[in-house]
Design a protein around this ligand. Structure first.
Ligand SMILES: Nc1ncnc2c1ncn2[C@@H]1O[C@H](COP(=O)(O)OP(=O)(O)OP(=O)(O)O)[C@@H](O)[C@H]1O
Length: 354
C-alpha cells in the first residue's frame, strides 16, 4: 500500500509560506495532478515528497511510514523531472535497467523482465538498442517515464515532464503515460500548470493557489463545481463568467437573469457573484420567456466549429461559447438565457450554492 499522507505540511522561505499548512492524502494507486499557476507552490510540495526539500513543519507519510526526514535515496520513489538525467551513450534498455542495477533484491532475470514489460507498454521494443543521443525529445522523455516506473516503486513523481515539448511529442508522451499507469497502478503525483494535461491524465486534481490546496476532486467535478471563483476562472478556456448580483426580497437578482434566483437559506454576508460557464449560456435571435437582451460586441471562431462571442448585457460582458455561428451580426441585439441549474453562486469568491 502506498497512500501518501501530507500532514499539515508548511514550507517557508523567509517570510513566504511557499506551501502553507497543506493537509491531505493521495490514495493508493491514484493518479493525482498538482495543478496551479506559476509560483503557487507545486514544485516545492513535490520536492518535499521527493526528499529534496525539508518541510518547515508537518509530516509526510508513504504507506503509513513517516518519511519526512528520509533522504531521496531512502524513499523508494521513482521520479521524472523536466530535464531528466539520461546517459546518452547507453541504449534505451540500459537506461531502463540502470536504477535497478545496484538493487540486490532484484535478480538479473527479474530486471530483464521489468525492462521488457516497460518496453512493451511504451511500444519501444524496436528502439531497445538505440542510443539515447539518437532519440528525439519525446522518445527520451518516454524512456525517462519507463526508467522511473521500471523499478516498480510504489510511488512515482512527475514534475512537468512535457515542458518544452512540441504538441505531437506531448500527445505521444501523454498516451505513453496513460498506458503505463493503467497497467502498473503505482501511486502517481504529477505536477503541471497545463489544465488540459491535468484533465486528461488525472484521477483527481489538486488545484493550488498561494501555497494552499483550494480543491481536490475529479476533473469533471473540479470543472463543473469549482469551490472557488479562482477555480472557475482558472479551469476552462476561457474560464467562467462572473456577473455581479444583489440580494433582493424575491431572491438574487443580476442583469443576466430574467427572474431572480432563489436565495440559499443561509447566505453569508459579502459580495455576491454569479458564475456561469460560457458554453452553458444559451443564445437566440428572438426573445424567450427566460431571456435578457444584450448586444453582440465580439466574436471569434474557436476549434471544432465553435464560436466564442462576447455579449454586453447592461454593464456586464458575458462570454458565450456556441456550437455554431451566432444568430446575429456584430453590433446587433441578441437574447441570452442562463439556466438556473447551471449557475454557481459565489460569496466573497467561495461557492455557496450551485
Ligand atoms: N529556494 C527558494 N528560495 C526562496 N524562495 C523560493 C525557493 N523556491 C521557491 N521559492 C518561492 O516559493 C514560491 C513557490 O514556488 P514553486 O516553485 O514551488 O512554485 P510552482 O507552482 O512550482 O511554480 P512554477 O510553475 O513557476 O515552477 C514562489 O514564490 C517561489 O519564488
Amino acid at each position: 500500500m502506498a497512500e501518501i499522507i501530507i500532514d499539515h505540511v508548511t514550507k517557508r522561505f523567509g517570510a513566504l509560506a511557499a506551501v502553507d499548512d497543506i493537509d491531505m492524502s493521495f490514495a493508493d494507486g491514484e493518479v493525482a495532478c498538482l495543478l496551479g499557476p506559476s509560483g503557487c507552490g507545486k514544485t516545492t510540495l513535490m520536492r518535499m515528497l521527493a526528499g529534496l526539500e525539508q518541510p518547515t513543519s508537518g509530516r509526510i507519510l508513504f504507506g503509513g511510514k513517516d518519511v519526512t526526514r528520509l533522504p531521496p535515496g531512502k524513499r523508494n520513489v521513482g521520479m521524472v523531472f523536466q530535464y531528466p538525467v539520461m546517459y546518452p551513450t547507453l541504449s534505451v534498455s540500459e537506461n531502463l535497467n540502470l536504477p535497478m542495477k545496484y538493487d540486490k533484491s532484484v535478480s538479473p532475470a527479474e530486471r530483464q523482465r521489468r525492462v521488457d514489460e516497460v518496453l512493451d507498454v511504451l511500444d519501444m521494443r524496436p528502439m531497445a538498442r538505440a542510443f539515447i543521443e539518437d532519440l528525439d525529445i519525446g522518445s527520451r522523455q518516454k524512456v525517462a517515464i519507463g526508467r522511473a516506473v521500471a523499478r516498480q516503486s510504489e510511488i512515482v513523481l512527475f514534475d512537468e515532464p512535457t515542458t518544452n515539448m512540441g504538441v505531437n511529442a506531448k500527445l505521444q508522451l501523454i498516451h505513453a503515460f496513460k498506458q503505463v499507469t493503467r497497467r502498473l497502478r503505482q501511486t502517481i503525483v504529477y505536477v503541471t500548470h497545463d489544465q488540459t494535461e491535468a484533465m486528461t491524465l488525472a484521477d483527481k486534481i489538486a488545484l493550488m493557489k498561494d501555497g494552499k490546496i483550494l480543491q481536490y476532486d475529479g476533473p469533471h467535478v473540479l470543472y463543473s463545481q469549482p469551490s472557488t471563483a479562482f477555480g472557475g476562472w482558472f479551469m476552462g478556456n476561457p474560464g467562467m463568467n462572473f456577473i455581479p448580483a444583489t440580494r433582493q426580497t424575491g431572491g438574487i437578482a443580476s442583469p443576466i437573469l430574467a427572474q431572480p434566483l432563489p436565495a440559499p437559506s443561509h447566505l453569508p454576508q459579502g459580495e455576491i457573484t454569479i458564475g456561469i460557464r460560457p458554453e452553458r449560456v444559451e443564445m437566440s435571435a428572438e426573445p424567450g420567456p427566460g431571456s435578457v437582451p444584450g448586444v453582440l460586441v465580439d466574436q471569434a471562431v474557436g476549434i471544432a466549429g465553435r464560436y466564442l462571442t462576447t455579449v454586453r448585457v447592461d454593464g456586464a460582458k458575458v462570454k458565450v461559447n456556441t456550437a455554431g455561428a451566432p444568430p446575429v451580426g456584430l453590433g446587433d441585439t441578441v437574447h441570452l438565457s442562463v439556466p438556473h441549474a447551471r449557475v454557481i453562486l459565489f460569496v466573497d469568491g467561495n461557492r455557496v450554492a450551485g
